[in-house]
Structures are given as C-alpha cells and as structure tokens.
Write a protein that binds this ligand. Structure first.
Ligand SMILES: [Zn+2]
Length: 319
C-alpha cells in the first residue's frame, strides 16, 4: 500500500516537473527574444510581434496554446514561430529527465537552472550568433555557488571546471586569431576591411540594428564610418570569445576537467553530424558560420543525463 502511495506521489511529481518545465520554457522564450535587444525580461507583458496585440493568459498556455491556435495569432493571424512550442517542450522534457536522474533534490533544482540558461544561450546564439555575457558571466558565479550546495563536487572541482572550460577554448581561439592574421597577410586585406565591405549596402538604420546585436551604444558612434568600425571590432572579439565564457560556465556546473573533455567531444561530433549537412544545404556563401553554443549546450545536457553510462560503455568496448 505504501509503495502504491509512493508511486502515485512520484507520478504527480513527474506531472508537475513536466508542466513546471513547460512554464519555465515559456519564460525562456521571452528571454531569448528580449535579452539580445537589451529589453527588460519582466515588463511589459508579451505582445504579438506582428500586430502588437497583448497576448491574453488563455492564449499563453505553454505548448497547448500553439496547438489550439494552430500556430497563428488570434488577432492578426500571422504565424507564431515554431520556436515557442519547441522551447517549451524541450524545457519540459529536460525537467522530467533531470527529475528521473536526480530525484526531488537540490541537484535537480541546480541542474534545471543550468539547463534553462543553456536553452536561452542556444536560442540567442542561433538567432544572432552571440553568446550574451549577461547569462554566461552570472552563470559562472551560479555554478560556483551551486558547488557549495551539492555533494557531487567541491568548490575546487568547480574552479578547475572553470579553468578547464575557459582555458581549452582560449587555446583554440588564440590559434584561430593566428590563422586570421595569416589569412589577412595572404589576402592582402584585413578583417576590418572585409566587415566594412559586407556592411556597405546597409542604411544607417540597419547599421544601428546590427550594432545593437553586439551591444554597441550607437550614441557613441553616431556616423556610418564609426559604426562600421565598431561592428568590425565587436565581430573580431566575438569570434569564440562568447564560447569561452560559455564553456567556463559549463565547467563551473559540471566540475573538473573530464566533463569538459566529454562536452567538447560530443559538441564536435554533433557539429559534424548536424552542422556540416546544414552548411552544405545552405550553400557556401551563407554570411555566418554555424554557431557552436547550441552544440556545447547539448553536450552538457547529454553529460548530465547519460555521461556516466556513455563513458562506462566507451571504456568497456575496448575490452
Ligand atoms: Zn498578431
């Protein structure tokens, strides 16, 4: 009887984990849309991006509203991005799997906050090709703080994770910077000149929008020339810079250098399996490379859920 009661209890726990995860996912959608635009994530309430109509609570139910409205705004009928139900569902599933793995513990809470941050970073990186410092830097501190609350790692593990995460990509980025310099010498043109060439056709308004994505204050750079220069510099700095801070955050939460190695391997593998066909499909002349942030995020989630099994399996295959 007690077993039966317990299992009924745990069914409810999983139901709540799924619904709670979907509701958090709804908030994560707001973060993905507003953080790169420098807007508040609390006010004002959500509006349809097409007609500006405020979205009422019964049209704002995670996953369900999208299905009931058949993916269209009730007011103006313009399509709602598939991103919204996908993020809500992803958040709900990850919440469920984390609960299954860790039970109703402080680990579940800590790792779910970590996963939520990874979802937001991935969404923003996919849309804008940036990993915002507004998430990765507080994320590093949150990982350190989490190490005090869990028995799964010590503060030292978390610190080693930060150094391993930041350090490994820093090495790659320094190598890449060397490669860019070599290419500049070979082509006889600088990265700055190439950026300015790419931005040449844009109006001042469009340039300002582009600048906002890199968090450049347009008041500091009022004219075209200044703006193009600032964007070029921000792009150069952004090449891998955001990924370094993201991997440092991942290290802070997972602790130690082994998870970092695992995450980089899985991310590179996923990058090859998913990214390369995408690049071929989109054609070579696409303006940007495929972002690495979502693959790093996926690698971290895979480590949390199945890392121990995968590593155990990998080690026994050789025997
Ligand atoms: Zn609308």
């Amino acid at each position: 009887m007690i077993d039966l009661l317990r299992s009924v209890d745990s069914v409810w726990l999983f139901v709540f984990a799924f619904i709670g995860g979907a509701c958090v996912g709804s908030f994560l959608n707001v973060c993905i849309y507003r953080i790169p635009r420098g807007e508040s994530i609390v006010f004002p309430p959500s509006r349809c991006p097409s007609c500006g109509q405020r979205i009422r609570f019964f049209d704002n139910i995670p996953i369900l509203s999208y299905l009931l409205l058949r993916g269209r705004c009730r007011n103006c009928g313009s399509p709602i991005s598939l991103q919204y139900p996908l993020v809500e569902f992803l958040s709900a599933i990850i919440s469920l799997l984390l609960l299954k793995q860790f039970g109703p513990t402080v680990e579940y809470v800590g790792y779910f906050i970590f996963a939520a941050a990874l979802i937001v970073v991935s969404g923003i990186d996919l849309a804008h090709r940036i990993v915002p410092d507004r998430i990765s830097l507080p994320g590093i501190l949150a990982g350190l703080a989490f190490s005090f609350g869990t028995a799964r790692m010590t503060v030292l593990d978390s610190a080693i994770g930060i150094l391993a995460g930041g350090g490994s990509l820093l090495a790659v980025t320094l190598g890449y910077a060397g490669f860019v310099r070599l290419r500049e010498r070979f082509r006889g043109t600088t990265h700055q000149a190439e950026t300015e060439k790419a931005l040449k056709g844009l109006s001042l308004e469009e340039l300002k929008k582009e600048a906002a994505l890199y968090a450049i204050d347009t008041d500091d750079h009022p004219n075209r020339k200044e703006l193009m220069k600032a964007i070029g510099e921000a792009q150069k700095e952004g090449m891998g810079g955001g990924d370094i801070k993201l991997l440092a955050m991942i290290g802070a939460f997972l602790g130690g250098w082994r998870p970092i190695l695992f995450v980089i391997l899985v991310a590179s593998f996923l990058g090859c399996v998913v990214g390369v066909p995408l690049m071929v499909m989109k054609g070579r002349d696409s303006k940007y490379a495929i972002p690495f942030g979502p693959f790093l995020g996926a690698g971290a989630i895979v480590y949390l859920l199945w890392g121990v099994e995968i590593m155990g399996w990998y080690l026994t295959v050789g025997k």
